[in-house]
Design a protein around this ligand. Sequence first.
Ligand SMILES: Nc1ncnc2c1ncn2[C@@H]1O[C@H](COP(=O)(O)OP(=O)(O)OP(=O)(O)O)[C@@H](O)[C@H]1O
Length: 637
Amino acid sequence: MDLEIKCTEQQYTAITSDFSPDTLLGIKAGPGSGKTRTIASRIAYLLSTQSQSGMRPDDLLVLSLTNRSVNDLRARLRAVLGPMACQIPVMTFHSFAGKVVGSKYTDWNILDDDDLRRLARLVDMGRSASSMAELRSHLRDARRSTSDVAVVARIVEMFGSTRVFTHDDVLEECSSLLHSPPKFVDNYKVVFVDEFQDVYPAVMNLVLQISKGRHLTLAGDSDQSIYGFLGASFRHNWERLMERHPKPNIVHLNQSFRSTPEVLQFANAVLGHSTPVHHSVKPPCGLPPLRLSFTSPAEEREFIYDEVTRLVDISEGAIKPSDIAILSYTNREVDSVLNYFSERGRFGLCKLNSNPRWLQSPLSFFMQYVRVLVDPRVNFPLLCSLSTVPSIGEATLRKAISLATEHDVPVYEYLHDSGYEKPKKLGMLPHYVKYIAKCRSELNQNDPDQILVTLLRMGKELGFDKVLGAEAFTKDQLLEYRLHFDTIYSTLQRAKAQKPPEHTVLSYFMENYNNDTLVTSSSIKTSNDNEVNFSTIHTAKGLEFPIVFILSGNNYRFNDTQRRVLYVGMTRASSLLYFNKLSNQFVDGLDHAPKPLFSTRAPNWTSESVSRLLTDLGRRPLTKVHQLASKLAHAAL
Ligand SMILES: Nc1ncnc2c1ncn2[C@@H]1O[C@H](COP(=O)(O)OP(=O)(O)OP(=O)(O)O)[C@@H](O)[C@H]1O
């Protein structure tokens, strides 16, 4: 493959830098400087005839932390490489770890947060756990107090025949398995890691192990490190790498292609950089970030709605709702503005999420049925599936677990196999297990239609419809569920089109339901022009929007991590930034930012400022904009 790369001199140096074994390239760069684009181009170069590397797509391993970042990398690779991009293994660290663990064990299972809560209920923890960390700390306490030791023992006994891991356990297990790696890992020759600033210690151990004896390319920006609460430290990670590579290749990309100089200067002020390391290649737009102060969140919501309406109207539609992102630190603040927009109904709304939306709805429970249909011998999904049947209580389930443990077989085998005598205490449990066996035997696991119908039938038979509270559905909920079913169905269909021969549609779906090879990009980023984007700053990382509102709601006496979160949020804006605060909030650290300071008045849009904004957006000139802008400006006075 021959390659033509459009890039800056610094990017070219990074793209073509040495990739021989046991070397390190660090791409250190600011927001919008083309890190991800440079990684994609470097991979294209590596596979091209120019590099003479003779490497094949599956010699490479490309890792990042979040699904969003992995999706972005895949999209960029498709743009430069076309269909060949599909052959390059690009995955999250957790997927990679899952692959390694899955290559060693067949009987393993991951528990997510919901699973853990169900587990806590099932074993009578007596204390609820709203997060994995909380549950883990309960378990740690339990080990110390004799009265709770029995609880922990029961958990261990229950899953004695199954390996059960939390997401973080999988990373640890993978690390220990990599001491004698599976064959597919041996094949990798070059490793790429994006978003290096967010690599936390358990992931860093993997980076060190997987890159041993191979070339490693890293890209990151310490100013965008926002996962400090997980222990991520760019400096510390880099020092650990330096021990192995005392003379790494380092390329700094200091030109920013995304934001206007005005936005960059303001964002740098938040970080306290008096002399910014990165400069914008764009000419000044003439629109400094707008700093607005509100007396209450209600007033702020009203302003944002009016301002979005004004921007769309004043530009005669040249500014589309999808150009606008409303970002905040927490989901609660984002949702309150989103609900306000939703009540007014004018705009479509897109809440950005790194997971498909159906996985945040109760329908995510269907994944337990999927797991049971693929392999009913794994205890956890079977027990979850049976736990919704009204006539089966937790005592019955526990009885089944202990009997199966006595016979040293999975719960499914004990209940299904007529060779084992079953006490009356088990009630209807064997009947429902037979029902599951029947569903499995009648199901063609390669037929998306049948799979969806089977999942729905199982839901009805096993009492899941009652969990949903089907009688109380509102019209909107029904519409939402219909959309979720559409997504599940189209995901199954894509699984059918993409699955390798050794998989069934169902098993491929089970392994990839959360992965963008199956999930359309629309669930990650809106494709509808009429939808305003809403997101936490963490989820919006790596994305860019012409116009960004950063909501108030934080106490701005922020610490370093909070500053970096704001920096990430602000640098999502390519043209226009609104930075809000409440009037009783103290905004620390912005004293040196360009004037004017926070204003309590809505911006006074003139025909000139609208034209500037549209020029920066590269949108067509407007016919009536002059009249409209002066009319609106007049009305605002
Ligand atoms: N040499 C270039 N010429 C033109 N546009 C470029 C160039 N390099 C990057 N860009 C553009 O700049 C924008 C930012 O690029 P990219 O997303 O790769 O940056 P990044 O450093 O990964 O951003 P972030 O730090 O926010 O994740 C993209 O729209 C990209 O296409």
